[in-house]
Design a protein around this ligand. Sequence first.
Ligand SMILES: Nc1ncnc2c1ncn2[C@@H]1O[C@H](COP(=O)(O)OP(=O)(O)OP(=O)(O)O)[C@@H](O)[C@H]1O
Ligand SMILES: [Mg+2]
Length: 284
Amino acid sequence: MAVIKTENLTYIYGEGTPFEKKAVDDVSLEIYEGEMVGVIGHTGSGKSTLIQHFNGLLKPSAGSVYIDGEKLWEDKARLREIRFKVGLVFQYPEYQLFEETCYKDIAFGPKNMGLDEAETDRRIRETAQMVGLKSELLDKSPFELSGGQKRRVAIAGVMAMKPKVLILDEPASGLDPKGREQILSLLKEYHQATKSTVMIVSHSMEDVARYADRILVMNKSKLFCLDTTEKVFHRSEELSSMGLSVPQITRVFNRLKIMGVIPERDVYTTPYALKLVLGELGKE
Ligand SMILES: Nc1ncnc2c1ncn2[C@@H]1O[C@H](COP(=O)(O)OP(=O)(O)OP(=O)(O)O)[C@@H](O)[C@H]1O
Ligand SMILES: [Mg+2]
């Protein structure tokens, strides 16, 4: 069963005003349990608007959203409970840290769920470790930490709620290459360790190619496609025409294939490329 499902989901900002903007247009999709999905699309294509429907932050202008088979907004009394199933980490989540200590910030979500002290404490320590925060940092003010560490605290706060689905809007943005790599690999580890569903909105095709099982492409408020990385990158010409490009390594290998150098076409990570090239060399 799909853990997230939308049917003809449409969202219009400022409906009925002169500034009306259809940000999500008739999107029907299914996200399955345990998969890691990358969400890409040009600036303004509707990615953030779309994901904010998945935990009921936005209410559809038309169409429906189902979480774990349950229709959102049908019974207002159930909304809170359903929301705990989908954890949403906003872009630049560190701006939302507000407690005196990192410990209290991470505790906010679990406490809100009504978990007792002991369970909250267990989860804080578990998630701090998961995101690579040393335990001595827990008693510090988030404002004493580096940008990358603050972001880990914010992400840990959502992970500590143990959502079935973890959605992150541009989790690596604004970080240096090393910080980006660390955040993305800890998300991959989290995904593998918890077997939960993870969705990552990203501007980087390279990142998405490396981490996602499937890629969701938004284009001008519409769902362009939601398919395996391989199949999405097969459509490189269409992606280019909407201002998105497949990873550089994929472009190189597509070219090598056209030139008849290497038969393989579906190359989208450097380690795989290296393996192929070494394999070809080994044949000679
Ligand atoms: N609060 C708002 N009020 C009015 N229009 C909005 C609002 N938020 C977003 N929009 C518009 O809705 C469209 C989709 O925006 P959205 O933020 O979902 O795109 P996005 O794909 O996340 O873009 P980005 O990559 O820049 O984050 C854009 O045209 C945007 O200008
Ligand atoms: Mg956005």
